[in-house]
Write a protein that binds this ligand. Structure first.
Ligand code: ZN
Length: 274
């Protein structure tokens, strides 16, 4: 896949981590190791979770657990151990009051409601995800005729509403996933604001295209990956290509661990022969 193509995907990234990592093409022809795939899953999806009486910092939760805003002055360089972080009141919390847990989050095991708004590419993207998963994943009917702004939970494909920042190249912002149309807010922001179920149970918008750019099938599959919980990019997902074997293994593994799985309890699933 060309560098142009990779950078185009990267420009649609939602997280600072992903954007900053996009300048280097980290793709490789060798298969990723299990350790690398686990690192990709943790970096892309896991976030600081509710830890007992701890109130999370809304800035902190948008960071990944691998690159999170742990309190630097309390960082122990010798052991690389987590020692504390800020709460919502900007107070520094230290153990035992600040037990850090990195937790997964995703849609639950029910079929994911999807409204395509007539996008043929979205249908084909779902077909491909269900072919690889070898099961039904999506409910394509229950919200199909519900107005976008009346949908309580589901993936809403929104045509032509990919936001383009002022002065940016619209071809570099061809598609994104956010909490609304023409929006840049990461969906993980909403995970922590309700019941700490670690489930996506709210409207998630896949914004496809703008007047100067139309995404192809692989980009649409890539965006479904974002909408299913892979928030950050990694090699083979927005870095060195829109999707790849790495993408499929990380997405499949996310959906074969329960929502809210702790980092240390995550299991990698590698059933595809690659
Ligand atoms: Zn992306």
């Amino acid at each position: 896949m060309s560098l142009n193509y990779a950078s185009l995907i990267c420009a649609a990234a939602l997280t600072v981590v992903a954007v900053s990592a996009c300048n280097s093409d980290s793709s490789s022809s060798r298969p990723a190791t299990d350790d690398e795939l686990m690192q990709y899953l943790v970096g892309s999806n896991l976030r600081f979770g509710m830890a007992h009486d701890l109130i999370r910092d809304t800035d902190t939760i948008t960071q990944t657990c691998l690159f999170g805003s742990r309190y630097r002055d309390e960082w122990d360089d010798e052991t690389d151990a987590f020692l504390g972080y800020w709460d919502r009141e900007q107070e520094i919390l230290l153990p035992p009051h600040a037990e850090l847990e990195c937790l997964s989050w995703r849609w639950n095991d029910d079929l994911i409601p999807v409204k395509t708004n007539g996008s043929e590419l979205a249908e084909r993207a779902m077909d491909e995800i269900e072919r690889v998963f070898n099961r039904h994943v999506f409910d394509r009917h229950s919200i199909a005729n519900v107005p976008d702004d009346e949908i309580d939970a589901g993936i809403i494909v929104s045509m032509g509403t990919s936001p383009v920042p002022d002065g940016a190249d619209p071809r570099a912002f061809c598609a994104n996933v956010a909490v609304g149309p023409n929006d840049l807010s990461p969906i993980s922001n909403n995970i922590w604001q309700d019941d700490a179920s670690y489930e996506i149970d709210f409207p998630v918008f896949i914004n496809l295209g703008n007047p100067d750019c139309s995404p192809n099938l692989n980009i649409v599959i890539h965006e479904f990956g974002h909408a299913m919980g892979l928030e950050g990019h990694f090699p083979g997902f927005g870095m060195g290509g829109a999707i790849s074997n790495n993408f499929w293994l990380v997405l499949f593994s996310l959906y074969n661990n329960p929502p809210g799985t702790r980092e240390q309890d995550l299991l990698l699933h590698r059933p595809f022969g690659f």
